[in-house]
Design a binder for this molecule. Structure first.
Ligand SMILES: [Fe+2]
Length: 379
């Protein structure tokens, strides 16, 4: 950080990044792990019956995610994979139904032929609550979620299905700051870059056996600890280093992988001819990612817009008023109706508000555009 409290590309020292990522995980750092493979600690859930109430495991996982490898595997997270098979059948049907209905399930980080099910959490629950109960009634997943986020977390999930020949993603970081353009990301001060990863836990449940050839997630252990990483991951030299240094681990159906969302990672290329690689990506959010009060910002925007259109205020004053009134963040949203096509984050009320003032939009058009945003975001 160059004395400004903000990260820029000048803070992205590739040699320092390489030194960080060239570490070798000392098994003594993860004494509870069943195994360590390619710097990633592996925990065989079948051997540990009561992880949820075991603070030794939770502490080791928290340390691993924060300052260690940044990633861990829960082997046999599902001792009985029949719930996974039942969920796979439902997700496969949902994909077929949504394709038939012409849905556009764009991938965030790679164009191509992958299939997605946005909000696979809610869709599974409504399609088959019994399968949902068996699938998410998984104390090991609760344990790792609580290890990183504490209690009262907010589960979300999206299915990713990569067919034979499916392309790899580019290296990236994940939600929150990983979903923003570099310009938006650069506007958040350095300590918020430190905060972003502790607001989310990223996971993947393997719905089939995943050989390395089938393209399980490419990972760069230790990279989550690079503080300037949100300013670095789009830089060509960092992406090139990722391609040199990443690792992949084969997973079996019922295994689950969890990682710090700041870890540099990318879905791998599916080089098989016959494996349809399905993972249910879990994004678990901190309870704290919410404000104290529920605010009806849409109604407030309707009230404020005609006033700001006419009132003789400076642009700076108007901007400050909009910042207190309009929703400035794209999430949470409904990714089916508000997908990230052509960019990472859908338009916010605040961006619309500025656009409307700049364009001299009339109130009726502005209100209709606000209604569109509300409709697209509706669960
Ligand atoms: Fe990702």
């Amino acid at each position: 950080m160059t004395n400004t409290g903000y990260f820029t590309s000048d803070d992205c020292d590739l040699d320092a990044f390489k030194t960080l990522c060239n570490q070798t995980l000392d098994p003594a750092q993860v004494p509870l792990a069943t195994d360590v493979q390619r710097n990633v600690p592996i925990y065989d859930v079948a051997q540990f019956p009561d992880l949820l109430n075991n603070r030794f495991f939770k502490s080791e996982w928290a340390h691993t995610l924060l300052n260690g490898a940044g990633v861990l595997v829960l082997k046999n997270a599902y001792a009985d994979t029949s719930a996974i098979d039942a969920a796979t059948a439902i997700f496969t049907q949902i994909i077929a139904d949504e394709k038939a209905a012409g849905a556009n399930s764009a991938d965030h980080f790679s164009a191509g032929t992958n299939d997605r099910v946005w909000n696979s959490l809610g869709k599974l629950c409504l399609a088959d609550p019994e399968t949902f109960a068996r699938y998410f009634g998984n104390p090991a997943i609760q344990a790792v979620s609580e290890a990183w986020l504490g209690p009262n977390y907010q589960m979300t999930a999206q299915v990713n299905l990569v067919h034979p020949g499916g392309a790899a993603q580019q290296a990236h970081r994940d939600y929150h700051l990983g979903f923003q353009t570099s310009e938006v990301s650069a506007g958040y001060p350095a300590h918020v870059h430190d905060l972003s990863p502790v607001l989310t836990l990223q996971g993947a449940v393997a719905h089939c056996d995943m050989s390395v050839d089938s393209g399980p997630t490419k990972l760069l252990p230790f990279s989550q600890a690079f503080r300037a990483g949100y300013a670095a991951w789009r830089l060509p030299e960092f992406r090139a280093y990722f391609e040199e240094a990443y690792i992949q681990l084969p997973l079996a159906k019922g295994d689950a992988l969890f990682f710090n969302p700041a870890l540099f990672h990318a879905a791998g290329e599916n080089r098989t001819t016959d494996v349809h690689r399905m993972a249910n990506l879990l994004q678990v959010s901190s309870a704290f990612g919410r404000a104290l009060e529920n605010i009806d910002r849409t109604t407030m925007c309707r009230a404020l817009f005609p006033v700001l259109s006419q009132l003789n205020l400076s642009d700076a004053d108007k901007n400050a008023a909009i910042a207190s009134c309009a929703e400035g963040y794209s999430f949470p949203t409904n990714l089916d109706s508000d997908p990230p096509v052509g960019g990472l984050a859908p338009e916010t009320q605040a961006v619309l508000f500025h656009r409307a003032l700049n364009d001299g939009m009339d109130a009726a058009t502005f209100n209709a555009a606000l209604d569109d945003i509300t409709a697209r975001k509706r669960a």
